[in-house]
Ligand binder design. Sequence first.
Ligand SMILES: Cc1cc2nc3c(=O)[nH]c(=O)nc-3n(C[C@H](O)[C@H](O)[C@H](O)COP(=O)(O)O)c2cc1C
Length: 444
Amino acid sequence: MVANGWHPGMRESATFDRNTIAEIQRAAREGIYAIKGFGAKRRVPHFDDLLLLGASVSRYPLEGYRERCETDVIIGARSAREPVHLDIPITIAGMSFGALSGPAKEALGRGASEVGTSTTTGDGGMTDEERSHSRILVYQLLPSRYGMNPDDLRRADAVEVVVGQGAKPGGGGMLLGHKLSERVAAMRDLPQGIDQRSACRHPDWTGPDDLEIKIEELREITDWRIPIYVKIGASRTAYDVALAVKAGADAIVLDGMQGATAATQEVFIEHVGIPILAAIPQAVESLEELGMHRVVQLVVSGGIRTGADVAKALALGADAVSIGQAALIALGDNAPEHDEEYRALGSAAGFYDDYQAGLDPAGISTQEERLLARFDPVEGGRRLANYLRTLVLETQALARACGKSHVRNLEPEDLVALTIEAAAMARVPLAGTSWIPGHAHSLA
Ligand SMILES: Cc1cc2nc3c(=O)[nH]c(=O)nc-3n(C[C@H](O)[C@H](O)[C@H](O)COP(=O)(O)O)c2cc1C
């Protein structure tokens, strides 16, 4: 026998690998689908499959220490009197109070505010500590309407109508009973301790025409002051973006299939929707056809981790990106100091994804007083701000290398793909060639 209990001749099946076998065994035992947090775990075409072309003889790079590279972005100037001004093109995605603890939500606000960007509410409504610690707070209007309150709409800096999420386009939400604490239940007008499901579609819509009416209604409630975003899970992106823009959206939030979730059926997380890499060019094309690219802003999410991801998303035509999972990790999710406790829960630091269970040793995805008291929102906010600063510095370093004095000037021309799949989806040439699969004309 050699390391890890492997013997010569033991061969793992690619079709029935150990995770597949474990899942069949679990299903046979429990008789119900698996519900998980985190995002899709299998590999799909992503930003890692793209490379940036740094400047050389044909292009002129900018000097990092002397020449500025700006990062600000304005969202929602299409019709709002007070559009959102962000210092950096990275926002914090909507994550519900209920899925996350009150202190974790506060930390997201603190971290975002420190670097001049926005954070977003989520299913279950707006908490006071989140509002008071967030300089720019986007208020989500979700199909469930849990915690929905017109006064909070007016306290927000933007409204985000959530049609779908990348982890589950077409699916609703879940909050299992042990996370429905007294406070969470009261905000949602639900009984304590009972599993809650959020609707997969808005109660008062039967089609895109209703979205137009809803946006109009929201503008009236907020007196045309703040922008109205529409968030969609990437699937039939070109049509969905066009319809949302025609309905009056000031910004489109587009979430790819790798986007994380607090609690969703695993089969949904891994098998529904399209990667953000494939969705961005479709969205940009749709916006361009309507003459709305850069007029209606495009905010994209789903697996953003580094400044390289940010730079590549911007180069494909996004105006900003949004992060969920990475923000939680920055706060302290999956931190090595909790490894022993993760192991006691049948997981390990770096693998913990049971956000649905409400037993998070880091005190982030829980409502249990003894656990959430462990999390320090000031320290968490500081870590998030540091992480966001790092993302910005990385993005600027790459943009300067491409000769850009503003990160928004990154363009598809700055990108090549490492695989044919990524080239076809991102609509940039395969590295070393002028070939974009599916495009008749050569770039050379
Ligand atoms: C704990 C958690 C809770 C979430 N809650 C919501 C929510 O209430 N509303 C929503 O639109 N999206 C929700 N999301 C999805 C995020 O808004 C976002 O789409 C996703 O996290 C982006 O992808 P990323 O995690 O790869 O950055 C949640 C995600 C997480 C991890």
